[in-house]
Design a protein around this ligand. Structure first.
Ligand SMILES: Nc1ncnc2c1ncn2[C@@H]1O[C@H](COP(=O)(O)OP(=O)(O)OP(=O)(O)O)[C@@H](O)[C@H]1O
Length: 205
């Protein structure tokens, strides 16, 4: 099996403070890893660093096949319709057909609505449809089910399961059980040392 993601001895920081140290794991093709931990432990910071949106303090991230990141702010263009948003991303990533993504995330009836007029859960579904049109093997998701109703959470679970079955991988920070067979990376104050970069140690555990 191919490794889609290798993280080695990673230290990540937020606002000049190292929030997690010594994080390491690999994610193989076909596998999902759930990132858990209390509010503020550093899940978003870790995912943003893995996605390349901020540099690590030290350590290495390798995602040889590239990745797609879906965060709280889904990067939707409010003045474009759902269809236009997906077409934009599909062109950006060199994929062609947005129809499957519309269908899979139950967005067909909303295809011609401006993204700005969508409800929070509908926006989230569009953000997840975006993952499908990127064609990326590795999906990195930060609390993807926030605002989703039970039906959409089930839809999301199925889309991820199909992605894994097709050889993809998923790294998901979530507080819920998304109904996936997945490994868990539990970030706790006892395993994640908190250290200020100026050397003042707040390590506990
Ligand atoms: N701009 C900032 N400046 C300084 N500290 C920040 C900044 N943004 C976040 N932090 C702090 O960095 C730490 C990690 O935040 P992060 O958002 O990564 O946590 P999280 O585990 O994703 O939390 P949640 O479960 O609440 O989403 C928190 O203690 C937070 O208060």
């Amino acid at each position: 099996m191919t490794d889609l993601l290798t993280v080695r001895d990673l230290t990540v920081s937020r606002g000049g403070i190292a929030v997690l140290e010594g994080v390491g794991f690999t994610l193989a093709s076909g596998a999902a890893l759930i990132l858990r931990g209390p509010n503020g432990i550093g899940k978003t910071t870790l995912l943003r660093t893995i996605a390349g949106l901020q540099p690590p303090v030290s350590g290495a991230v390798s995602a040889p096949g590239g990745l797609a990141y879906a965060a709280h702010a889904d990067g939707l263009k409010g003045a474009l319709t759902v269809r236009e948003n997906l077409t934009f991303w599909a062109r950006l990533h060199g994929t062609a057909d947005i129809a499957p993504a519309l269908t899979r995330m139950n967005l067909e009836a909303l295809a011609d609505r401006l993204a700005a007029t969508l409800s929070a859960g509908q926006k989230r579904r569009l953000g997840l449809a975006r993952l499908l049109v990127t064609g990326a093997a590795l999906w990195v998701m930060d609390e993807p089910t926030v605002s989703l109703d039970a039906e959409s959470v089930a839809l999301f679970g199925q889309v991820v399961r199909d992605h894994l079955a097709g050889g993809g991988g998923a790294l998901i920070a979530t507080h819920i059980d998304p109904g996936l067979t997945a490994g868990t990376l539990e970030l706790s104050p006892f395993r994640a040392r908190v250290r200020r970069l100026d050397g003042f140690d707040e390590a506990f555990g």
